[in-house]
Design a protein around this ligand. Structure first.
Ligand SMILES: [Zn+2]
Ligand SMILES: [Zn+2]
Length: 200
């Protein structure tokens, strides 16, 4: 079973729960992440409801392709696991590329399939909607385009647990930039660590 994330229309910039774009809901005292390569503020990509918390993903887009933003450890992207206190809409810094051009609500569609691509094709056939309206999937396993790059936790050194695979979006004009590939989010629950990378 693959739980697809599908495009569900426009959402408010500060809508609760799972969405792409807008501003992140964050805990008190949150500081907007800055790229380790260029020192610019990162772009907020998406937040995913963990059931009592949020998985939140940022990536540098100030100079696309130049900040190793695909890499889990280079500092060109950042992922967080926030607890139930993540209810404050963050204010983006005034400089840099910090927000996507569109805020998308997400619906969840369980599909009986062996993998993400198979599930996407099956959903598209059943609903008559374009495959591009599948925004990702959660919970089962990453479908890698290249080698398995499951990150190791920076805290305990163990392989991290898959949380979400993100597609670029339903509209190329407002899409996330993964070089036509996929983004992959992971967490280590005991350590509270999160990591993100992408492949194309
Ligand atoms: Zn950068
Ligand atoms: Zn750990």
């Amino acid at each position: 079973m693959v739980t697809l994330m599908t495009y569900a229309g426009a959402a408010a910039a500060d809508a609760p729960g799972t969405r792409t774009g807008g501003v992140p809901l964050v805990p008190a005292g949150f500081e907007w992440p800055v790229c380790a390569e260029c020192d610019g503020p990162m772009q907020f990509l998406a937040q995913v409801d963990l059931g009592g918390g949020l998985f939140s993903v940022f990536m540098c887009q100030n100079d696309p392709g130049m900040c190793d933003e695909w890499d889990a450890t280079a500092g060109g992207n950042r992922a967080f696991v926030f607890g139930a206190g993540a209810v404050h809409a963050a204010t983006p810094p005034g400089d840099g590329v910090t927000m996507l051009e569109e805020v998308c609500a997400v619906a969840f569609a369980p599909v009986d399939a062996g993998g993400y691509r198979e599930a996407t094709e099956s959903w598209s056939r059943l609903t008559g909607r374009p495959a591009r309206e599948v925004l990702g999937h959660t919970g089962t396993a990453a479908q890698w385009l290249q080698n398995d790059e499951t990150p190791e936790c920076g805290g305990c050194g163990r392989p991290m647990t898959f949380v979400v695979q993100l597609d670029e979006g339903h509209d190329h004009r407002t899409a996330i930039n993964f070089g036509n590939g996929y983004g992959y989010g992971f967490r280590c629950e005991p350590c509270g660590e999160a990591a993100f990378l992408w492949q194309c």
